[in-house]
Ligand binder design. Structure first.
Ligand SMILES: Nc1ncnc2c1ncn2[C@@H]1O[C@H](COP(=O)(O)OP(=O)(O)OP(=O)(O)O)[C@@H](O)[C@H]1O
Length: 177
């Protein structure tokens, strides 16, 4: 069986990082850490949140699992970061997900999760407006494009529960393949 990549997509501040850390820490899913040319934000850690690099030139496109340019910064992961079997989680944007599905489906099973949060929710959680506005650069995909959609407008406990249920569903699908 091919390795399964759980690709996580959502607006800035919607809860993608939280979801990926839940999968990693509570459910033992391997997490693919992206490389990025974006500067490190306060509180972020090299190798945990991203690998922070000056430019992507020394990495060939053929080595890349997925590549995207977002708000003038490059983001990518390498194919060699995918474990040889089992599940891994990967936070990507819409362009990255399309690239993955179109170019890597012969090597990996790609299951996408969309995290949805309203503008009111993002503002209530204190997500800075500049982070929300950056999302204008995104190329939205219809909700039907995703395998799973998680609405994250409630409490963190509700989100935890939805994450757990979604992961169980993905495991069930993969067992039945
Ligand atoms: N249901 C929730 N209730 C309260 N806080 C939440 C909930 N979901 C996520 N958060 C918090 O909202 C903040 C933003 O979440 P997170 O960092 O996971 O977003 P993100 O989608 O990864 O954002 P970005 O793309 O900008 O990195 C975090 O502090 C997270 O802990």
């Amino acid at each position: 069986m091919k390795p399964t990549i759980i690709a996580i997509v959502g607006a800035s501040g919607s809860g993608k990082t939280y979801l990926s850390k839940m999968l990693q820490e509570q459910l033992g899913v391997y997490l693919i850490v992206s490389h990025t040319t974006r500067p490190m934000r306060e509180g972020e850690i090299e190798g945990v949140d991203h690998y922070y690099i000056k430019n992507a030139h020394r990495f060939g496109r053929s080595q890349m699992l997925s590549y995207t340019k977002f708000a003038d910064y490059e983001y990518f992961a390498l194919e060699e970061q995918v474990p040889p079997k089992g599940y891994c989680a990967y936070v990507v944007d819409e362009r990255g997900l399309r690239f993955l599905k179109e170019n890597k489906s012969h090597k990996f099973d790609i299951i996408s999760i969309r995290v949805e949060a309203t503008m009111d929710t993002l503002l209530e959680r204190g997500i800075p407006l500049c982070r929300i506005m950056r999302d204008e650069d995104r190329e939205p995909l219809p909700l039907g494009y995703y395998d799973c959609v998680i609405e994250n407008n409630g409490t963190i406990e509700e989100f935890d529960m939805k994450i757990y249920e979604t992961y169980k569903k993905i495991c069930r699908w993969q067992r039945q393949r």
